[in-house]
Design a protein around this ligand. Structure first.
Ligand code: AMP
Length: 189
C-alpha cells in the first residue's frame, strides 16, 4: 500500500495535486473537507452537527473527524492506498491515524508539505471565493482558518518530522512543475 498525506494551509493546492496523484498512482483521495461538505449539502445528521463550525472557519472536533475518516478507510479495503487531504489537522488526529493504520499492518509513507506564503493564500482564496460559493472562503473566515492552521495544524509537522516522513515542496509555481516535484518524492520512497 501507498499512503500519503498532502499537508498545507488552505489554498496551498492540496486538492489540485491530489486529483493528479490519485490518477497516476491509482490511490483513493480522501478529503475530509469534501466529505463534510457532502454531509452539509445532504443535510445528514453529521452535516447538521458540523455546518456551523465549518462555516465559522473553525475545526470540527477530533472525535467526529477521526470517526468519519476511519469509516471511509474501512469502507475501501481493496484500494492500493490513500491520499489524505486536509487530514490530519491536529496532533491527536495524527496519532489516531497512526494507531488505526498500525492495527491494519499499514503506515503513512510520506507527508508532503506544500509551502505557500500567507499573501499567496489570501489572493488564491479570494479568487476561489468567486466560484466556490464556500462561506468559509470569505476574507474574515479565512483569517479564522489560518489561525486554526497556525495554532493547531502546523504541529502535525514536527510529529511526522520525528518519524522522518516530511518532504517540503514549494507550492508556488506551475501546477505541473509542483506535481513533478511531488512525484519525485513518491518515486523515491
Ligand atoms: P477544507 O476543505 O480541507 O479546507 O476543510 C473545510 C473545513 O472542514 C475546515 O475549515 C474544518 O471546519 C473542516 N475540516 C476538514 N477537515 C478537518 C479535519 N481534519 N479536522 C477538523 N476539521 C476539518
Amino acid at each position: 500500500m501507498l499512503n500519503l498525506i498532502l499537508f498545507g494551509p488552505p489554498g496551498s493546492g492540496k486538492g489540485t495535486q491530489a486529483l493528479l496523484l490519485k490518477e497516476k498512482y491509482n490511490l483513493l483521495h480522501i478529503s475530509t473537507g469534501d466529505m463534510f461538505r457532502m454531509h452539509t449539502k445532504n443535510n445528514t445528521g453529521l452535516g447538521l452537527r458540523v455546518k456551523e463550525i465549518m462555516d465559522s472557519g473553525e475545526l470540527v472536533p477530533d472525535s467526529i473527524t477521526i470517526e468519519m475518516l476511519e469509516e471511509e478507510v474501512r469502507n475501501n479495503p481493496q484500494v492500493r492506498g490513500f491520499i489524505f487531504d486536509g487530514f490530519p489537522r491536529t496532533v491527536p488526529q495524527a496519532q489516531a491515524l497512526d494507531t488505526f493504520l498500525e492495527a491494519k499492518g499499514e503506515k503513512i509513507d510520506a507527508v508532503i508539505q506544500l509551502n505557500v506564503s500567507e499573501e499567496e493564500i489570501k489572493s488564491r482564496i479570494s479568487a476561489r471565493e468567486k466560484i466556490s460559493g464556500r462561506p468559509d472562503d470569505d476574507a474574515v473566515k479565512l483569517l479564522k482558518r489560518l489561525e486554526e492552521y497556525f495554532n493547531k495544524t502546523i504541529h502535525v509537522i514536527p510529529y511526522y518530522t520525528s518519524q522522518d516522513k516530511v518532504s517540503k515542496i514549494d507550492g508556488i509555481g506551475e501546477i505541473s512543475d509542483i506535481n513533478i516535484s511531488i512525484c519525485e518524492i513518491i518515486d523515491g520512497i
